[in-house]
Structures are given as C-alpha cells and as structure tokens.
Design a protein around this ligand. Structure first.
Ligand SMILES: *Cc1c(COP(=O)(O)O)cnc(C)c1O
Length: 366
C-alpha cells in the first residue's frame, strides 16, 4: 500500500562487509554497527544477513540491543555509549550485552550489582574527542577498580573513537589521537577496539583487534566529496516513489510554495509522491538530481510535506505510475543529495519516516 519504498539490498550489504574485511589484517574482527535501526536499513534484517561475516554487532541504545536479542540474534552485542542508568544492568546481564564504561558512577553501579553471569566491559578512553572516556591519568585506577568487581569479565577491553578519521585535512589530529591511543593501551592485557569506517578505509593496516564498521557497510562514503563507489562499495538502500501527476507548464508558471521556481520554456512538470514527511530533505535546492526511466531530471521548487516537483522536459514520455528514484542508484547517489543540503549521508538514511515501506532483496540466510 505504501508508495515510498526503501529497497534494502542485503547481498550488497554482505558484499561490502566482506570487501572491507579483506582489506583488514587477519586478526581484525568486525562489529557491524547497527545503531539507529542500522542507519535506517533495519537492524534485524542486517544482523541476520551478516551472521556469517560479522563477529558481533554494535548499537547505541539498550532497546536496540534488546530488539536484536528478542529477534533471536545470538552474537556479541556491544552498547557503544555504555549504560545510562544503573537499573539497566539487570537487562544488560540478562541479555548478555557488552558495555563500555566511561564514568566513575558506572564502575560504582557495577560494584553494587550482583549478576549470575559476567558482563563483558570495555573501558572507554578519551584520546581527544572529549565525548566519552577516561583521561590518561584516570585509566589505571579505573581499570584497577573494574578488575576488583566480580561480575566484570576479565581481562577488560579498551575502546576509543577517532574524531577526524574521515578528513584528509586533519591527518595531524589523527596522528595525535593514534599516539594517545598507543600511550594508553600498548601494555593492555585485554582486547582493543578503535577503528570506525573511515579509519578502516584510510589506514587499514593499523586496524585494532576489533573494528566497528558503520557507514561503509551500507555502501556509503565516510568522507565528504567521495562516493561509496570510489571505495568499491555498493549502495544498500534505494529510495523510490512514483510519479502521480504530470502537467504542462508554460513560461512564467511558478511552481510550489513560495513560487520559488519559474518556468522559462515549455516543459512537463512531474509531481512525485515523496516529501519531507517521508524523509526526503526539504532543503534541497532547485536542480537536485532525481532519476526516472534511466535518466536524470532535476527538482523544481520547494519540496512539500508529501510531494515534490521535477522538470521532466518538454519532449519527455514519462507516465503516471512510473518509478522515481531519489537515491541509491548509479545515477543518483545519496552522497550527492547530502552534499546538496549541507549534511552527511548518515543523517539522510537514518531519517526515513514510517510512511516508507521496506522491502529486502538478496538472500538473508547464509
Ligand atoms: C557510530 C559509531 C561507529 C561507526 O561509525 P562509522 O563512521 O559509521 O563507521 C563506530 N564507533 C562508535 C563509537 C560510534 O559511535
């Protein structure tokens, strides 16, 4: 029934993760990052598709971890931001969820918690992002405290995050962060996890035991100015809708709210059933590419809540009901749309609304 469709190609997802895996050292294991419903790609479907490829999965919220477990997902699941309340430990232990620990109150909470099974813990260290994690001088006491707690599995891992791995112009800051990481973890007993998609793409040979791959597994570039295909990746999400009306326009006809696009020469205007309430960004400028019947046409006027306009051209033969592709094809890439609205593709793919129908292609088993 729903008109707007996000088609999720699970074969491409597997292809991408295998490709990334082959570029990493043999000791590196992949946590497939499935937070925010797998960046809008559906976490349960993606988890099932990756069951033979990923070592485990990473999420941001407890409810995301529980959703995977309740769907029968058995592999390690890591909560990247740790837990936010001591009450959550009950659920974390019961569902065997790994957590990061970045604050003293969390160590206190673990000390006061009595679990039947051990909880796997990653000590988060701050190497320069200033988001989560202990500073250098606080690591030793934190680790010593964790080692005293019986419900904490030993040895404790170390985890951190690079803030500029995606940007060639900040290589210097990367080097500083990597140096800080080595200073903090070179004599660490437990497992180590540092790299995200961009770090794996740009310096795979330095990858840690455990890496965390998000955006690139979905076939999307981690870097502005590049596309997934520049890294050999294939898009996983294709967003499409339908042409629901076509009208003849004459010079001077002004299109849409605010009359922001005015027809210069006779043309046909296509009305497409997708708007910002579905998750297509309202901020796209006139002339943003859209694909129909194998060619690129351009947006005209402001995107409405439920519809948008494209200039089909005077000689076009498109018909009502024809499929219109907004991103995820060779001709129209999500990176292009993100750049047109001054954001990153992460934000676009994870902002689709529940008016969007999801379909899945590619084998989900094996
Ligand atoms: C989201 C996230 C990742 C994955 O980042 P990508 O750029 O999508 O690969 C890795 N680590 C942490 C801590 C994250 O929050």
């Amino acid at each position: 029934m729903k008109t707007v469709e996000a088609q999720i190609n699970l074969s491409n997802l597997k292809y991408n993760v295998e490709l990334i895996g082959r570029s990493l050292p043999a000791h590196s294991r992949i946590y497939a990052v499935l937070k925010a419903d797998a960046y809008g790609h559906n976490s349960v479907h993606c988890a099932r598709a990756l069951k033979h490829i990923a070592y485990g999965y990473a999420v941001a919220r407890l409810e995301e971890a529980v959703e995977l477990r309740e769907a029968g997902i058995d592999k390690p699941i890591l909560m990247l931001g740790g837990f936010f309340r001591s009450e959550d430990l009950q659920t974390i232990a019961r569902y065997r969820i790994e957590v990061t620990v970045h604050s003293d109150w969390q160590i206190e909470a673990l000390r006061n918690f009595h679990a039947d099974n051990e909880i796997k813990v990653w000590l988060q260290v701050n190497i320069g992002m200033q988001r989560l994690g202990f500073n250098y001088e606080d690591i030793k006491p934190a680790l010593a405290a964790l080692n005293e707690i019986s419900c904490v599995a030993k040895p404790v891992g170390a985890i951190s995050h690079l803030s500029c791995a995606d940007d060639i112009s900040t290589q210097e800051y990367n080097r500083l962060q990597l140096a800080a990481w080595h200073r903090m973890t070179d004599d660490w007993d437990g497992e180590l996890s540092l790299f995200n998609s961009a770090a794996c793409a740009y310096f795979p040979e330095d990858a840690t035991d455990y890496v965390r791959i998000g955006i690139t597994q979905y076939g999307i570039s981690p870097t502005l100015g590049k596309c997934g295909s520049d890294f050999g990746l294939k898009p996983v999400m294709t967003l499409s809708s339908e042409l629901v009306a076509i009208r003849e326009l004459h010079p001077g006809d002004a299109v849409g709210y605010g009359a922001s696009w005015v027809c210069k020469k006779p043309t046909k205007l296509g009305i497409v059933a997708i708007g910002y309430a579905d998750g297509y960004p309202r901020a796209v400028p006139n002339g943003t590419p859209v694909e129909i019947n194998g060619r690129v046409v351009k947006t005209a006027g402001h995107v409405c809540m439920d519809m948008m306009f494209v200039d089909l051209g005077g000689d076009s033969n498109d018909r009502i009901g024809d499929r219109v592709y907004l991103w995820g094809t060779d001709l129209v890439k999500v990176e292009t749309i993100a750049e047109a609205v001054n954001t990153i593709p992460y934000e676009l793919v994870c902002h689709l609304s529940d008016r969007v129908r999801y379909t899945y292609t590619g084998d989900t088993e094996d």
